[in-house]
Design a protein around this ligand. Structure first.
Ligand SMILES: [Zn+2]
Ligand SMILES: [Zn+2]
Length: 383
């Protein structure tokens, strides 16, 4: 089944701002709302489609994933980097479960399937980790600090004071949501009495004020393997936010980015470096010293008559390939620098050289200009 593009569904541009999305969503939701179109199946489908598109695009993280992978970002085993694709797919389906699953939010559905009432999975967390190209080359152990909430130790996450127990909320009957009429909409909103939990704590735990969680900063040591590339995602299962009232923890997703390097460009496992050389070295031959990503240096022999843009390959001096023993190559691309700020003597020497020069010295320009001549000659006979 092919799904429509979310932006198309909402009728907005890919660059639409949050408020533009909101306006578009509200307008469409009004038009297709089931309460305005009783018994109209098509309107119901449209309404769901609009809702789904908005839920995705209004969430920065999901929107980024959608922009990158399309609908595949939210399907099991969807698109993704090598080895991490399935995990990412799971992650997205978890999020969607929270939004669209028939857990607490579904009308008449009651509380989460199977789980004890009030148990709630902790949120997934995202951490952006930026490393240098050198660190991506060598691998790195990075200690990160994550502000998160963990289950309160005093009450084991129930939120109730020792010896007391939470009781079912009388306002919503444990459902967590209440229905109310507003204009022609029957809206469902989070229960104001229990704030969606379905239960209330009469005697709150003093350590967490009844929340069941306390805010903490955790430190985690992340092992970044050598050869990682920009955009890689690492999933650390169970390292996200703690669940509520004994629910499972969420996961932590580390999004890796690599800072641009001042002189190395990367293409997969290969590195490229542009090196200026003097006109004399290019003409007479010579050796140049070039940098290597491991911090060392190496020599490159420049043969006589080297032109700008000529590439020299240095085998095995590129980036390691993730989870393999392969290593890429380093490509040195030279650019011949024309001398500037000449002294009178230097100018004379170059003029002297020029007087003695023949087409043999500059075969490329000689060839080019003879082609240009031919072009104009044949052009004039055509006219
Ligand atoms: Zn507590
Ligand atoms: Zn309630």
């Amino acid at each position: 089944m092919s799904k429509r593009d979310y932006y198309e569904v909402l009728g907005v541009a890919k660059t639409a701002s949050e408020s533009e999305l909101k306006v578009a969503f509200r307008k469409l939701a009004m038009v297709h709302h089931p309460d305005r179109n009783p018994g109209d199946k098509e309107a119901e489908i449209k309404f769901k489609e609009v809702n789904e598109a908005y839920q995705c695009l209004s969430d920065g993280q999901k929107r980024a994933a959608y922009d990158r992978f399309g609908h595949a970002a939210f399907s099991q085993g969807g698109a993704g980097g090598p080895g991490f694709g399935n995990e990412f797919g799971d992650f997205m389906s978890d999020i969607f479960e929270n939004f669209f699953g028939d857990g607490r939010g579904a009308p008449g559905g009651g509380r989460g399937r199977g789980g004890a009432p009030g148990r709630e999975r902790g949120a997934d967390l995202r951490y952006n980790l930026e490393i240098s190209l050198e660190e991506a080359f060598a691998g790195k152990t990075e200690t990160i600090r994550i502000p998160t909430s963990i289950a309160c130790e005093t009450c084991s996450g129930t939120g109730a004071k020792a010896g007391s127990k939470p009781r079912t909320c009388s306002t919503c009957g444990g459902y967590g949501r209440v229905r109310a009429a507003q204009g022609f909409f029957a809206i469902e909103r989070t229960c104001p009495n229990c704030h969606g939990r379905g239960e209330v704590v009469d005697d709150p735990c003093p350590s967490c004020s009844g929340a069941g969680r306390v805010n903490r900063e955790r430190t985690l040591s992340i092992n970044v393997p050598a050869g990682v590339d920009d955009g890689l995602r690492i999933r650390l299962a169970g390292e996200g936010e703690s669940g509520l009232r004994g629910g499972p923890s969420g996961d932590l997703y580390v999004f890796l980015s690599i800072k641009p390097h001042p002189f190395f460009q990367r293409d997969g496992a290969d590195l490229f470096c542009r090196v200026p050389i003097s006109m004399v070295t290019a003409a007479l031959s010579g050796e140049i010293t070039v940098p290597v990503i491991d911090g060392s240096q190496t020599q490159v022999r420049i043969p006589a008559g080297t032109q700008t843009a000529k590439q020299f390959r240095i085998k095995g001096k590129g980036m390691p390939v993730l989870r393999s023993r392969e290593v890429g190559d380093l490509y040195i691309q030279v650019s011949v620098e024309t001398p500037q700020n000449l002294t009178k003597r230097q100018r004379e020497l170059l003029q002297e050289f020029d007087q003695s020069a023949s087409d043999e010295n500059h075969p490329e320009s000689a060839g080019f200009f003879s082609k240009v001549r031919d072009f104009f000659v044949s052009g004039s006979t055509r006219a």
